[in-house]
Ligand binder design. Structure first.
Ligand code: GDP
Ligand code: MN
Length: 394
């Protein structure tokens, strides 16, 4: 799960990290009161969307080509910029061409910048540790630096028991930071909040060095492990459903594990491992999956129906591949769910079904007895090939 910059900053501020004062605004009025409240000579007005690259982005249908981060020196300027951002579509390198609608803006005190650094913590599953990524060439062009000058980006692995002082020194040296104590404290706090909140990413770009040498967190992006949200109520309540893929949200509500992809063959599978294998084998036969969908071990008729509804809403789907291995879940129950859902939802694409395991014979019988035009398959390879062919013919 992702959260907005202003929410991430509130979490970090609570940890005692250096962040300037700011106010979120949902309307032009609120933006104006934020100016009054902050009482600063300079503020940054920042579009809040779950995507980066706002500073260098642009608004749809806006000729003056200003981005999603703007400096303002008066209440009037704040008003005008709030008006030209709220409710408008911001397009950045990370949003795709459709952009994102800006529903909230963040008004923050302006800070002085001497240097902009890149700094992030990332959960590395392979080594079960946190990786610190840091670069003295931070700011809005970090992606370009990563491509053209990867040697300017420093990676440090932090073990789960904490970091060694020498590691902090090494990073501080790479960033050319003279005040080691300051930096060490910052690193320690960031690691602490990262672990405490089950984050998977904490990105600060830029981490600013101010003219007086103090460090300042000027931008913050945080991503959290969905599987840990049950024990992070503080994080869970920061969810902004507006920013989430509607189909993924609907799936999430009924306990389906669904991730939208950009291929044309929809997959409906039980078990995450089997779902991955199914996607691989579809690829192997020259097709591309339209989604990852794990209906889970205890799927019932209703869940199967919801899964179908979500899949059928996706206009690029050209075939549906159902691959179920009946264990605790019985194939006859699934078959009933498929028949009920397909009947109700007016299936307009070929449906390929492979059932194996508990009660698979009854399941096949149910499918055969239905009026539906279902292509059945014996093995996973057979099913995948049939799905790829059906999608091609469509
Ligand atoms: P992003 O483009 O989505 O990553 O948004 P950022 O929050 O990183 O802002 C982009 C750039 O705007 C930063 O790299 C800064 O150079 C600049 N910026 C943001 N806030 C301020 C501020 O308060 N004062 C000044 N002087 N510049 C700012
Ligand atoms: Mn940034």
């Amino acid at each position: 799960m992702n959260i907005h910059e202003y929410q991430a900053k509130a979490l970090l501020r609570a940890e005692g990290l250096p962040i300037l004062k700011g106010e979120v605004a949902f309307s032009v009025n609120e933006a104006e009161s934020a100016w009054d409240k902050l009482n600063a000579p300079l503020v940054a007005v920042k579009a809040q969307i779950h995507a980066g690259g706002r500073g260098a982005g642009h608004f749809l249908h806006d000729k003056n080509a200003k981005g999603g981060v703007r400096l303002c020196r008066s209440k009037q300027e704040v008003k005008e910029n709030a008006e030209s951002m709220l409710g408008k579509t911001l397009i950045t390198k990370q949003t795709g061409k459709n952009g994102r609608n800006v529903q909230r803006i963040y008004i923050e005190e302006g800070g002085d910048i001497e240097r902009e650094l890149y700094f992030s913590l990332l959960l590395d599953r392979q080594s079960a540790s946190i990786i610190v990524i840091a670069s003295a060439s931070g700011g809005i062009d970090i992606e370009e630096v990563a491509q053209t000058n990867p040697q300017l980006i420093h990676k440090t692995k932090i073990s789960s028991s904490g970091y060694s002082p020498y590691q902090a020194r090494k990073i501080a040296f790479a960033l050319n930071l003279p005040n080691l104590k300051n930096f060490s404290l910052l690193l320690q706090k960031l690691i602490h909040v990262f672990q405490r909140l089950d984050a998977s990413l904490l990105e600060i770009n830029p981490l600013v060095v101010q003219p007086d040498g103090q460090l300042l967190i000027m931008d913050a992006k945080m991503t959290f492990d969905d599987n840990a949200l049950f024990r992070q109520p503080e994080v869970e309540k920061l969810r902004d459903e507006q920013e989430e893929e509607p189909a993924e949200r609907e799936a999430n509500e009924v306990g389906l594990n669904y991730i939208k992809l950009d291929g044309s063959i929809a997959c409906m599978v039980n078990g995450a491992g089997l779902a991955m294998a199914t996607m691989d084998i579809v690829q192997n036969f020259g097709g591309s999956p339209a989604n990852f969908l794990d209906v889970g071990g205890g799927a019932d008729k209703e869940r199967v129906e919801t899964a179908f509804r979500i899949i059928l809403k996706d206009k690029v789907v050209k075939a549906i591949l159902v691959n179920i291995f009946g264990g605790i879940m019985r194939c006859d129950v699934i078959a009933q769910g498929i028949v009920a859902a397909a009947g109700k939802l007016k299936l307009h694409v070929p449906l390929i079904v492979r059932l194996q395991g508990t009660n698979f014979e009854q399941g096949k019988q149910i499918l055969a007895n239905s009026e539906l035009n279902i292509i059945t398959a014996e093995t996973l390879a057979d099913a995948a090939q049939k799905a790829v062919n059906a999608a091609k013919e469509k």
